[in-house]
Design a protein around this ligand. Sequence first.
Ligand code: HEM
Length: 416
Amino acid sequence: MSIDLVSIEEFSHNHVEYIEDPFSFYALMRERRPAHLSGKIFGGTWLMFRYADCARLMKDERLSNARSAVPLRFLPDEQREEFADMLDIYRRWLAFHDGAEHTRNRRQANRGYVPFTDAYLEPRIQGLVDRLLDRVDPAGFDLLSEFAFPLPAMVIADVLGVPVEAHTELNRWTDDIAHLFGSTSVPVAHLRRTRESTRQLAAFLASEENARRSRAVGGLLHQLREIEVRGHRFTERDVVAQAALLLFAGVASIRYLIGNSVHALAGVPTDQRDLLQHPETVGPAVEELLRVCTPVSFVGRIAAEDFEYTASDGTVVPLRKGQPLLLYVASANRDPEVFDRADELVLDRPLPNPHLTFGIGRHLCFGDPLVRQTTRIALTSLYRRWPELCVPPQEPNWNNNLGFHGFTSLHVNGGG
Ligand code: HEM
């Protein structure tokens, strides 16, 4: 793709050319227009591309995370009413809260997560990985549909204490929600579908049967109902909303991370891939895959007040209260100001690897240990079984929004 400054206004998360190769666009923007006002996106949105600005703004208290309704901005007020029940779920997500309310809700969810230590999860995740890999045909299989799609939904379902067999529905429901938040424009027909998926996901999480099941196994869904922190408990609607958030946040992101990683690793010599097999080298290798293959392209914010921000190139960014910003972590992760050989996958890149894949500051990803563990077990197991695993040349099928960047299918074979 040839992108020039003239075509920047065409940039959207749903434009296939940007989905196929966002990285040359990011490079151009980091250099020439690191702070850019897009008139087209959500009626006027600042897009930030450099590491320094993304990191600083993610921690800026003048910005808010109360952005649940941003994707519906294009709708007239009377039409937005139709989606009030859907927005009521998203508005309750701890990710979309600020200040003391955010701290309280995050602490509460954290307390519920205490039993899910790495040691507890390790054999459970390994069991799910093995169950899926035992079924594939090493002569040729679709890494996504046969492995990377089911696995994260099964892992998070297992943590919640709901049936892992529900992974197909969990993928479908959360994908509709992910499409809404990963896009810069969605047709009303998709909004209606998302509303229905959100309703079905909420009904699944609220069902008596799943409440009983989660209680019996001490699952997180049950913990969220039970935990009391300084006299505060989540309401039933909050419990369902936070559980839906964990599924939305984790399912598509881990799926695409695994797919992107296998695609990137196909270009790496086998002895480099062996770094995944050793306890002392697998950690840095996974961090580097998180940096280069991040599936979450951006983090959103809205201005909580009118103020001026001076970007790293000196551009003065005048922000109006309520105005959205998109901070492109996928671009920050390849900023040559911070990373040597920024576009290369350097599996033995020394730690700490300061990528922004999980954000930074108060809203740092809640699921980062689970992501690291699941990805490590998935990749180590794949290459332990098939050290020569290859990805034959093919036209990749991309997910339809840049927010969640990755392949929807990837044919691989065990090689050898
Ligand atoms: C590859 C996988 C993942 C990536 C790249 C990722 C990325 C992110 C990022 C960038 C943020 C920060 C957003 C912000 O600053 O507003 C975030 C927040 C969050 N993530 Fe993840 N995530 C992943 C998987 C997960 C998983 C598996 C879970 C849970 C099961 C999860 C739960 C959350 C939650 C609850 C928040 C909100 C935290 C808060 O606002 O305090 N994520 N994630």
